[in-house]
Write a protein that binds this ligand. Sequence first.
Ligand code: ZN
Ligand code: ZN
Length: 287
Amino acid sequence: MQAGWGGRWQRLDAALCLPLCVTVALMGALCIEVLCLLLWAAEPTQLPLALHLPLLLFLLANVLGNMGLFVTTSPSIKGVMLSESAVGQGWEYCYTCQSHVPPRCLHCYTCNVCMLRRDHHCVLLGQCVGYHNYRYFLCLLLHGWVALLYASLLNADIFMDLLHEGVTLHSIVLLLMPWLMLLTGQVNTLTFIYAFMADTCVVSFLFCSGFLFLHVLLSLRGQTTREWFGKSRCYDLGWRRNLQEALGDRWHLVWLCPLLASPLPGNGLAFESRALRTEPSTKAVIF
Ligand SMILES: [Zn+2]
Ligand SMILES: [Zn+2]
C-alpha cells in the first residue's frame, strides 16, 4: 500500500532535498544549454526545430514526471499493514524499527526506516529505490539516458571546437578540469561554460549508461542489487514475470507516460520464489 500525497511530501526534509536540488539545478542548466544550441548554434542541426521540440518535450515530461513520482513514492514500511500471521520463513526483525519485516525488506540508515524490496539508496535524488518506486526509477534512467545521448550528440560540435588545435595539453586540461582553466585565467567564461556543460553531458551519459545496463539486467533476472552481489536468483521467475513484478501489469507501456496506471501484482510483503511459494496475507496490523 502506498502512502498518500500528504505522507509522500513529508519525506522531503532538508537533508534529503540538497542532492535533489543539485541534480535539478544541473538538469535545468543542461536543458537551457540544449535550447541555446538548438536556437542559436552557428551550424544548425540536420533536423528542423519542429522535430526537435516534440522529442525534447516528451523526454522532459517523462524525466520530470518519473523523477517527481520516484521522489514522492516511498517504499518504506511506514503506514504499511504488516501481517503478524505471515511472519515466518524469510522474515527478519529490525531492531531500529522494532518490527518484523518481510523478505527482501532492508533497513536504510540514510532514510532511517526499513524499505520494502530495497534495492539501494539513490544519493542523487535522496530517496530509496524499492518496491513501490522501482518503475519510476527505471523509466527515469531510460529517459535520462536518451536525453543525455541526445545532448551529447548536440555537444559534439563543441568538443570539436575545443579540440580545433588538436589534442594539446591545453585542450586536455580544459576538458578534464575546466574550473582550473577558468580560475587560472587560461580561458574566458563562455569557453568554460561550454566545456563544463559538454563534460557534464558526457560524464552523466556514461554514468547513466552503466546504471541503466545494470538495472535492466537486474529487472530481467528478478534481482535486487544486494541479491546480485550475493549471486542469489531465488526470485527469478523468467524475464516476463520478473518485469511484471518490478514494473506492474502494463510493464511494456510504462515508458510512455509516468501517469499510466500499471498496478503491481503483489503487495511487497510476500514474493513468489522458485524454491518457496508464499501467499500474500489478509490479516494485518498497522506498523
Ligand atoms: Zn528498519
Ligand atoms: Zn534510503
